[in-house]
Each structure stands twice: as structure tokens, then as C-alpha cells.
Design a protein around this ligand. Structure first.
Ligand code: ADP
Length: 512
């Protein structure tokens, strides 16, 4: 090779590879600049030191011994070796060690050429890591799939447009459509089990999960492949990417048709029993009332008035049960009229006269002067007032004050800490009574729930009043909530649409 060419080759080598020379014992005799740049050591630190320290620091001793054995016998060695720079950073070299032998055949020096392959190694490593991760994920997904196929709920995962990407086995049992028939189709349409609710319902459902990216939980009527309808409790959760984009929708559906039927039968039984109880109870009440007008000895009078009061409480309970079953079964009709608000309030106060007297409560009434009438079913509106006022009086000390306020709240104004969504009528009942313990607040509107402090103050109570209030308000697109502090008092709020209650003609019964 001509000298020029050799020099060019050497230059190219020096630019691209580390070159190190060592003597017969492996002590460094020269290094090129590339090695200094790579290892971060200075030439002085390297010269005279054993090359093992700089080239094979991470090599296990037995491997190094074998390598040394190899090269000291005059063989060339090649391998990928990991090293550490002076400041502790790892790098990889594709290393070639060539022994240069003298006339006696034994090496008197070693020339090492190394190409930096750290990037390649890292890429390989991250690839193997990714493969491992993918394998673990696939394994986990398999377990997950087995678990999902075993549940009775049907699970569907869709893309952001509602096209099913996955469906578990239970889907066929619930809907009649197999996972194969489901995947690739848009869910919530007539082609599958959906499409039975109103256009507006699906519109606001999609708005919620797709645009607002919030989960939906609710009951939906769906239709099986064979045409049969069923009630489903559905939850749809949007799954977002790290940057907040909608990636998947996970829908879980449970067939609650049977539960609904059982609930309905229970309500029907309660309704029937309460109806049957009303006639004898009314008769006992009238007779007891009649007896109180007779000349009786003091002891007998006591018995009779006890009986009379118990009968009144029982009638109240039976009426509450009847009203609850009407709401639950949706078998009531409304009679909407522009009722005079003040008159309805006065009528309620007359009904509650005995209770108010018994507690010597002072009821203050404040009705917005511009508020005269409200389109409402008189009985239903009075049930709302009666329940809130009864509780305020019952759960306060004797001689306490209770405030009832009825007013207008325009859309966007804040009432009781909440922003009113539409122009509304609001009702607030404020007392300074026992309050509601913090840990029981979330159950207050549950059927038959009574807080501990209420039970110890007044042993009898049905826990049906607020449930009824909540259901009535919900049916009228309103809201009910409270603010309360234990031993300080409570404030119950109801808002209803300003343009009136919503008509219901589902049955013939009216509220009691
Ligand atoms: P009841 O009064 O028959 O127990 P309600 O359904 O009317 O049933 O009320 C449910 C529960 O809510 C009560 O038992 C009581 O624990 C609590 N509660 C309701 N109103 C008040 C109030 N004004 N002050 C304190 N607790 C109240």
C-alpha cells in the first residue's frame, strides 16, 4: 500500500475509532485522541497503566483471563465490551485486539481498535425491554380477558366514535349479539342493542362522554337481538391519552330487568297493603275521635287519646308509603294549576298546627313580593313544604324558630352555595336544630334512612319524607340539597324550574 494511502487510512481510523497500544504485559504505551475523548481520561492517566482498567473494567475476571490467554498466544480477539468513562458513564466498544508477535512468535505488543457502538447497544436494549414489556402486557391482557369473559356484566371498548373494538363473551348472553357481530359496529344504535331511547338522550350522552369527557352512569332501555327489551344499568367511562384526547370508551352494562321487576312487585305489594290499611285506620281514627267527646274517666281518656295519636301517626306512615309507591311505580297523575303560593303555605301551616304547638315553634315566612302563583300540583307542592317544615320543627329544641323562604332565583345566581342552572323558584327552610352528622350526610335522601342523632331525639320516623322530596324534585327537573352543622342547625334548599312543575299522566292516583 502506498504511504499516502496508509496515512489516509490511519487518519480515518483515528477519527472513527479508539486506538490503544499496550506492551507485552498489557500496559498502555500509546492511545489516540479519540480514546481520550471517549474515556475522559488524560493521556498521562492512561500511559503505563494496565489496559484492563480502561478496556475491560466491566468484564468478569474469568472471561478476561480467557481473553488474555487467547491474545497472549498470538490470536486476534474480537468482542463487544462495556466500559466506563472516568466520570462514570457506560459506553460500548466493538473491540478488536491484535497481538503483534516478535521473531520468537510471542506477542510483544497489542494493538486495540474499538468502534463505539453505545447507540446500537442502547437501541438493542430498549428493543428487548419493549419486547419483554409487550409480552408481559399480552400476558396481563390475556388474564384480563379471561376475567372479563367470566363476568356477568357485558363490557365493550370502543374507539372515540363508538365503534366497538372489543366485546366480552357476556355480551351474547345479555344482548343476543356475539362479540364477533359487535366488533366493528357502532354501539348505541339500532343495528345492535341500542337506539331505543330518545334522540336527545343519545345526544346528551355523547356530549357528556365525548365532548365533556366525563363518565356516564344511568339506566337505559335496550333491545335484544330477538326484539325483547331489557333494562340496563350502564356506565360509560372515557379513557384519555396523556394529552387529554379521547382514546377509548369503556362501557359496562348490567341487565337489571329482573331487579327492576322485583322492586316493582315490592312497591305494588306496599301500595296494595297501604290501600287496604287506610279504610280500617280511618274508621279507628273517627271512632277514637268520637270517644274523646264522651264523658270518660281520666284514665280512660288517657288511653283513648293515646290510641288517637297513634292512629294519626299510623295514617301518616301509610300515606307516606302510598306516596312513595306512587312515585316508585310512576302511577300518579298531576293536576297542574297556577296555585297561589301564600295560600299553599298557609294550608300547610294549618295542617302542621298540632306539631307546631307541641314544639312551641315560631315559624317565620318570607315570600318574594313579586311571586304570587306557581304552576304546580297543589298536593305535591304541599308535600315538599310539609316535609321540610315538619323536619325543621321536629329536629329542633322546643321554642325554636324556623324560617321558610320562597323566592325567585335567576339562572346563574347562587343559592345555598350552588349556581342555579335555569330560572328557578327556590324554597329554603332554615332551623337551628340538631343538624346532620357529617358522616351520614350522603345517606340523608336514601329511603328509610334516619341519622343517629335524629333517632335518639325522636324514636319514631319513617325516613321516607326526604326520599319522597328528592324523587318529586328530580321528576320536576329540580334539585334538593342542604347545608348543615351538627348541633347548630340545617338549611334545606329546593329549586324548581320557574315556569312550573312537569306534568305526569302515568296513572290515575294523586298524592295523599
Ligand atoms: P324522618 O324525619 O321520618 O326520619 P326524613 O326522610 O324526613 O325522615 O328525614 C331523614 C333523616 O334526615 C332524618 O331522620 C334526620 O336524620 C335527617 N333530617 C332531615 N331533616 C333534618 C333537619 N331539619 N335537621 C336535622 N336532621 C334532619
Amino acid at each position: 500500500m502506498p504511504e499516502d494511502e496508509s496515512r489516509a487510512l490511519l487518519e480515518a481510523l483515528n477519527l472513527n475509532a479508539i486506538v490503544l497500544e499496550a506492551d507485552a504485559s498489557g500496559n498502555v504505551t500509546s492511545v489516540n485522541d479519540k480514546f481520550l475523548e471517549t474515556s475522559k481520561y488524560s493521556r498521562d492517566e492512561l500511559l503505563g497503566q494496565n489496559q484492563k482498567v480502561f478496556l475491560f473494567s466491566q468484564q468478569p475476571q474469568p472471561e478476561f483471563d480467557e481473553l488474555w490467554q487467547n491474545i497472549s498466544s498470538g490470536n486476534t480477539w474480537r468482542g463487544e465490551v462495556q466500559n466506563k468513562t472516568k466520570d462514570g458513564i457506560y459506553y460500548w466498544l466493538d473491540t478488536l485486539i491484535t497481538p503483534v508477535s516478535g521473531t520468537d512468535g510471542t506477542p510483544h505488543k497489542y494493538i486495540t481498535v474499538g468502534f463505539i457502538i453505545t447507540d446500537k447497544k442502547q437501541a438493542q436494549e430498549s428493543l428487548s425491554k419493549k419486547i419483554l414489556e409487550a409480552e408481559t402486557l399480552a400476558h396481563d391482557l390475556e388474564k384480563f380477558k379471561i376475567a372479563l369473559d367470566g363476568t356477568s356484566d357485558h363490557v365493550v371498548i370502543t374507539d372515540p366514535n363508538g365503534i366497538a373494538l372489543y366485546a366480552n363473551q357476556s355480551i351474547e348472553r345479555v344482548t343476543g349479539y356475539s362479540p364477533e357481530e359487535t366488533i366493528g359496529q357502532k354501539v348505541g344504535t339500532r343495528e345492535l342493542w341500542g337506539g331505543n331511547m330518545s334522540q336527545e338522550f343519545y345526544h346528551s350522552l355523547w356530549q357528556l362522554v365525548k365532548v365533556d369527557k366525563k363518565p356516564f352512569v344511568g339506566e337505559i332501555t335496550n333491545k335484544k337481538k330477538n326484539g325483547e327489551t331489557y333494562q340496563a344499568l350502564v356506565s360509560i367511562s372515557p379513557i384519555l391519552t396523556d394529552s387529554g384526547e379521547l382514546e377509548f370508551l369503556v362501557g359496562i352494562e348490567r341487565d337489571i330487568t329482573r331487579e327492576k321487576q322485583i322492586d316493582k312487585s315490592k312497591s305494588e305489594l306496599i301500595s296494595l297493603a297501604s290501600h287496604q290499611l287506610r279504610t280500617p285506620l280511618t274508621s279507628i281514627r273517627w271512632n277514637a275521635e268520637l270517644l274523646t267527646t264522651k264523658e270518660l274517666d281520666v284514665e280512660s281518656m288517657e288511653f283513648v287519646s293515646d290510641m288517637y295519636n297513634s292512629t294519626l301517626r299510623m295514617i301518616e306512615l301509610v300515606n307516606a308509603l302510598l306516596n312513595v309507591s306512587r312515585i316508585d311505580l310512576d302511577t300518579f297523575s298531576t293536576d297542574l294549576q297556577p296555585n297561589d303560593i301564600k295560600q299553599m303555605v298557609d294550608e300547610v301551616l294549618i295542617d302542621l298546627k298540632a306539631l307546631i304547638l307541641e314544639h312551641n315553634a315560631k315559624i317565620s315566612i318570607s315570600i318574594d313580593s313579586n311571586l304570587k302563583t306557581y304552576i304546580s300540583d297543589k298536593k305535591i307542592f304541599k308535600i315538599l313544604l310539609t316535609n321540610l317544615l315538619t323536619n325543621a320543627v321536629k329536629y329542633s329544641k322546643l321554642n325554636s324558630e324556623v324560617l321558610l323562604k320562597v323566592g325567585n332565583a335567576n339562572k346563574g345566581t347562587v343559592v345555598g352555595g350552588k349556581t342555579v342552572k335555569v330560572d328557578s323558584l327556590f324554597i329554603v327552610v332554615t332551623d337551628s336544630g340538631i343538624g346532620i352528622p357529617e358522616e351520614q350526610r350522603d345517606k340523608i335522601f336514601t329511603k328509610m334512612f334516619r341519622a343517629d342523632n335524629a333517632q335518639s331525639k325522636i324514636s319514631d320516623g319513617s325516613g321516607l319524607g326526604l326520599y319522597l322530596v328528592k324523587e318529586i324534585v328530580a321528576k320536576n327537573a329540580g334539585e334538593v340539597w342542604f347545608l348543615s352543622e351538627k348541633d347548630k342547625g340545617s338549611e334545606f334548599y329546593i329549586v324548581l324550574p320557574a315556569d312550573g312543575m312537569i306534568a305526569n299522566n302515568a296513572g290515575t292516583a294523586s298524592f295523599t
